[in-house]
Ligand binder design. Structure first.
Ligand code: ZN
Ligand code: ZN
Length: 225
């Protein structure tokens, strides 16, 4: 299972005025993997092996379950259960019991879909840095977007070396965009708070109306299912 990076999607999402274009891209990437896991992937040996080894996190199990193809979910979780059942073998040693307990907890934190999504998102972080140096007008799009959520801003910093000789100006531009947009959001939050003063009751709220949910996206990332 592979994922082809869509540079058109980067341009499209940067042009939209969401609080984090990368959260929007992540939703699309995640949806594609969910679709694959509910359809063709269920037949692939490699995928079955990965599902057995890692399983799904709680969130992704729920997301798979909420979609139509229940047979596919049942077959895959069954593969995973075949593997985790080994953890229930009896032990007479309390020391070993503690180790098994840790292994059981660890087995709940691995997820084949989380890993595929993260792998693809890393490609996006690298590609954005490369587009900054390779595409003439790309910087204009970055400057005019509304910035990123905290996590995705951190990821862009983490992979900034992919901008090569342009890394310094890339970092400068990212920081400038991020700071400007957090200032903008704080202004909107202030307007939202001021509205609660009875003297401002009749003042139109405008954009500030949605300041809180947008702050949620900016700080924690876009809300997902
Ligand atoms: Zn984000
Ligand atoms: Zn997951």
């Amino acid at each position: 299972m592979g994922y082809h990076i869509d540079t058109g999607l980067i341009l499209e999402k940067l042009k939209e005025s969401s609080e984090c274009p990368l959260c929007e891209i992540k939703k699309i990437v995640e949806e594609q993997f969910l679709h694959e896991f509910l359809n063709d992937a269920v037949m692939e040996d490699n995928t079955r092996i990965s599902v057995g080894k890692k399983g799904f996190c709680e969130r992704h199990f729920d997301m798979l379950f909420s979609r139509p193809n229940k047979l596919s979910v049942a077959l895959q979780i069954n593969t995973r259960i075949d593997k985790v059942k080994d953890l229930f073998a009896p032990t007479k040693s309390v020391g070993k019991a503690k180790k098994i307990a840790d292994k059981i907890d660890d087995s709940l934190s691995t997820c084949v879909i989380c890993d595929f999504v993260q792998e693809s998102m890393v490609k996006y972080y690298k590609t954005i840095a490369q587009m900054f140096v390779r595409e003439k007008d790309f910087y204009k799009l970055l400057i005019s977007c509304k910035g990123f959520c905290m996590h995705h801003y951190a990821e862009l910093l983490r992979y900034s070396s992919y901008a090569g000789f342009g890394a310094k100006s890339y970092l400068e531009l990212l920081s400038d965009t991020q700071q400007r947009n957090f200032d903008r959001l704080q202004k909107e939050l202030k307007e939202f708070c001021d509205k609660h003063d009875y003297r401002n009751a009749l003042k139109p709220l405008g954009n500030a109306q949605t300041a809180l949910p947008r702050t949620r996206t900016k700080v924690y990332g876009a809300k997902s299912e």
